[in-house]
Design a protein around this ligand. Structure first.
Ligand code: HSE
Length: 293
């Protein structure tokens, strides 16, 4: 039996579409026990109790990579990361399965090896890399292989996730994007992306507010998130430093350096339809961890 804890992740972070991501201190914890045959689950809906469960798919992918046969599995899932909300719940399942298979079979694969295997399943290293490694990452894929750099963030940087009651599938959120973008929109994002990384490291509030902007995805996805504009206006009026969509949405993300402004937000968010939950989430710096073996 092995137990793996994997953090939530926020991807994109404004201009870093499909590249930037940061691990957040909200976790899925999964235990895996190999059994002679079949699959059994505790702690997840019947609909997810199949061989298509992403933790099983990833477990199998690592067994294949190791040249070992797939065993039966008993999997216990404690999922605190909300599903289909743009907080990396799929990536967390994939990483958990991959980490568990590796841990139970000699731990011969590094986290970068696991990232490559995981990326072949989902193709979103912006969630997978921080889920595995922790902290803030920028990732790219070349010839199917992911490459990742880790960045520091200012120790006082904090995230506040505004999570609505409704789900938004990543598939739908990607369909909303144009097939092509203008040269000027590409330059808009590239120029902000580099500036944002340094501003996050330095804790430069004014620059973060300017650079956490985007023309590649947020203008197209805002319409899919009911009350997006009202929530943004309220968060900024209450005093958060900057605001973006978390991953493919619908969670919206506030960046700040203190929690003073949150009290007013919590008091007023109920004025906006959607049952928005306000969750303060520090950065996770550890990434996926084996917590029991
Ligand atoms: N970068 C991805 C997107 C994250 O925004 O579609 C979702 O996994």
């Amino acid at each position: 039996m092995v137990t793996v804890r994997v953090p939530a992740t926020t991807a994109n972070m404004g201009p870093g579409f499909d590249s930037f991501g940061c691990a957040l201190a909200l976790y899925n914890t999964l235990s895996f026990e190999e059994i002679p045959a079949g699959l059994s689950f505790e702690g997840c809906d019947n609909a997810y109790q199949t061989a298509d469960n992403l933790s099983v798919v990833a477990y199998r992918a690592v067994m294949d990579a190791l040249g070992l046969p797939m065993p039966g599995l008993h999997i216990i899932i404690q999922a605190d990361i909300p599903i289909c909300r743009g907080l990396g719940s799929s990536a967390a399942l994939i990483v958990a399965g991959a980490m568990a298979a590796n841990a139970l079979h000699g731990n011969s694969l590094s986290k970068m090896n696991l990232l490559e295997i995981c990326n072949a399943i989902e193709g979103h290293p912006d969630n997978l890399a921080p889920a595995l490694l922790g902290g803030m990452t920028a990732s790219m894929v070349e010839a199917g292989k992911p490459y990742t750099s880790r960045y520091s963030v200012h120790p006082k940087l904090r995230f506040t996730a505004l999570i609505p009651a409704f789900e938004l599938s990543t598939h739908l959120a990607r369909e909303a994007l144009p097939k092509e973008v203008s040269h000027s929109d590409a330059v808009f994002n590239v120029s902000r992306a580099g500036v944002l990384l340094k501003a996050l490291e330095n804790g430069d509030k004014a620059l973060i507010r300017l650079a956490l902007d985007d023309r590649l995805h947020q203008p197209y996805r805002g319409a899919l998130i009911k009350e997006y504009q009202r929530v943004q206006d309220l968060a900024l009026a209450c005093g958060c430093t900057a605001f973006c969509i978390s991953g493919a949405g619908p969670t919206l993300l506030c960046l700040s350096f203190d929690d003073g402004w949150e009290k007013e937000l919590r008091a007023r968010i109920g004025e906006i339809p959607g049952d928005w939950q306000v969750l303060s989430l520090p950065v996770d710096h550890e990434g996926a961890q084996i917590i029991a073996e």
